[in-house]
Design a protein around this ligand. Sequence first.
Ligand code: FE2
Ligand code: FE2
Length: 361
Amino acid sequence: MATLFTSELEEGMVTLTDTYSNSGKLIVPKDTVLTKSIIQMLSGNDVVFVDISDIVEPIVESQENDLSSALDTEKIKEKPQYKKFVHRYEKSISEMGDHLNDIVYKNAPIDVDMMLQNTMTTMKALNDSPLSIFTMLSTMKNYDDSTFNHSLNVALICNIFADWLNLSEDDKKLITACGLFHDVGKLLIPDAILKKPGRLTKDEFDIIKTHPVKGYQLLQKNKLDPHIQYAALMHHEKCDGSGYPIGLKGNQIDWCAQIVTIADIYEAMTAKRVYRGPISPFKVINMFEEDGLKKYNPKYLLTFLEHVVNSYMNCKVRLSNGEEGDIVFINKVRLSKPMVKTKNNFIDLSKQTDINIDSIL
Ligand SMILES: [Fe+2]
Ligand SMILES: [Fe+2]
């Protein structure tokens, strides 16, 4: 261990302790690999000394950012991997949509393997690309908001969420299937209500709230794995008992439903809806940080949020003050408030509390 002047810091050094600004705010957590941007930010904050461990990590290219390397939606749309993913995604939506309609309207038996196979092939197209699922879905954010798209998106998120939770391959398949079928009951709700552009009346909302039970009954009739049935029944339940249809609490909620709920809410809020545009992922993360720990299982929620935020490293964003910049540093204690590098400045959103990330560009 060594305590070094900020002027002596070099890229690749690892912080041994948390580093605070003169006003007492945490600006660099311990175990952070220093990059040029972070060293500049430390001296910009008048930090004099930093405790450094003996370990020196190689700098990964993507940890150092400048405006020219930022990911940007228009550039992503030109990438062949993006086009390949969209092509595969649309094919899956079409095949899965046909099958779901057959299940609901023609009483066809549910082919879980076919549905999973389609999801995995879409995931494979994603894994062949260096872009994360969240960058892909943000880039496609103006896509159709049908139940089919939503279900596939939630299944893809559940699939990667299972990896973050170190689930077994069998559980990963199970949780992906839970994501695929969680909203199947919505296919039994009239489109006039589901796609109503205005505010729902209480009666209409009461009809929407029947979809978990309707989905559960359909899946039960088809004798699907009980966890898939419970995920459909319980994905609107909340750990504090404020959810529906039953008002279950904590561990009364099936563990698969607890995972699907987080993926479901994140997907629904960041996607376009008939009555509103997509909400910035960082606003959704902020909402989860503010009241999520009561409503969702913290073990699942914190793992999810940390990985989602990390996937936006390097992304170009627009701030609420109108400036554009790149996310250059993630604040582990306030995930929705990263450090953003603008043309002339570093803005620490955990300190500049009047500025937010309005959108991913
Ligand atoms: Fe739902
Ligand atoms: Fe949903």
